[in-house]
Design a protein around this ligand. Sequence first.
Ligand SMILES: NC(=O)C1=CN([C@@H]2O[C@H](COP(=O)(O)OP(=O)(O)OC[C@H]3O[C@@H](n4cnc5c(N)ncnc54)[C@H](OP(=O)(O)O)[C@@H]3O)[C@@H](O)[C@H]2O)C=CC1
Ligand SMILES: C[C@H](O)[C@@H]1OC(=O)[C@H](O)[C@@H]1O
Length: 260
Amino acid sequence: MLLENKVAIVTGGSRGIGHAIAVACAREGADVVINYWGDNDASYGRRSAIDEVVREIEAHGRRAIAVEGNVALPQTGIDLVSHAVEAFGKVDVLASNAGICPFHAFLDMPPSVLERTVGVNLNGAFYVTQAVARQMKEQGTGGAIVATSSISALVGGGMQTHYTPTKAGVHSLMQSCAIALGPFGIRCNSVMPGTIATDLNAEDLADEDKRAYFERRIPLGRLGAPEDVADCVVFLASDRARYVTGAALLVDGGLFVNLQ
Ligand SMILES: NC(=O)C1=CN([C@@H]2O[C@H](COP(=O)(O)OP(=O)(O)OC[C@H]3O[C@@H](n4cnc5c(N)ncnc54)[C@H](OP(=O)(O)O)[C@@H]3O)[C@@H](O)[C@H]2O)C=CC1
Ligand SMILES: C[C@H](O)[C@@H]1OC(=O)[C@H](O)[C@@H]1O
């Protein structure tokens, strides 16, 4: 098992890619602290979603706790670490994954949409990474941090002008943290998913033409599944990637390179 007896924190673990990461970590032998938020209209019933993640982790014979909290707030990272240490004694792995992408046109983008997106996606990744890295440094046994960036760190989106810079920022954050934290044996990498079918883009991909366009453009011929990303996160979090830090792994079925 790749993460035997490790303790992992996964932000945004109630749904989509984070759900798959949390379960993959457990399958590979880790106990997991799952963060979620649920502060939106569509979030009714999220508690049952997180309960299901806990059940799936326990079915792998591992322990799980769910911790509600908005990652945009510095205190949430601190709380996640406290809960992990109290419940499991340490933190070995962080999957900084929570993110939002409220599609919006550029010219009439309200400041509130920009600020919320930057707050959750970029500031949130910073605060949680900082809190976890402080704990890992104190433990003195290194650690692995894997952030969910995106193919959108490398290419644009007309309805994502507030979002793509946050994903470039997350990638850059991992590069700089690799330098800052390397001396403590803490590795920092990112995954860059392409188009993965989740709640984040369900509405966007309900457009049959758009969905068909992606399926045609992706050389492997299908949209990604959350598990495609989760397995790569587990690899980067594991000792198999012991000499990998500051790297970004595209998980996109070949979408990025397919110009023509
Ligand atoms: N889907 C895709 O094609 C791609 C996604 N990504 C990135 O992957 C990550 C996960 O996305 P995906 O699984 O698709 O999205 P989902 O919408 O399916 O899940 C988002 C998760 O983030 C949580 N979350 C949202 N806001 C906050 C917050 N303020 N504090 C804590 N948790 C929060 C949600 O919690 P709750 O359930 O409580 O609302 C949920 O668990 C994001 O960072 C996204 O940018 C990158 C590339 C492609
Ligand atoms: C939400 C989008 O469909 C998804 O998010 C990303 O980061 C990818 O670039 C996709 O556009």
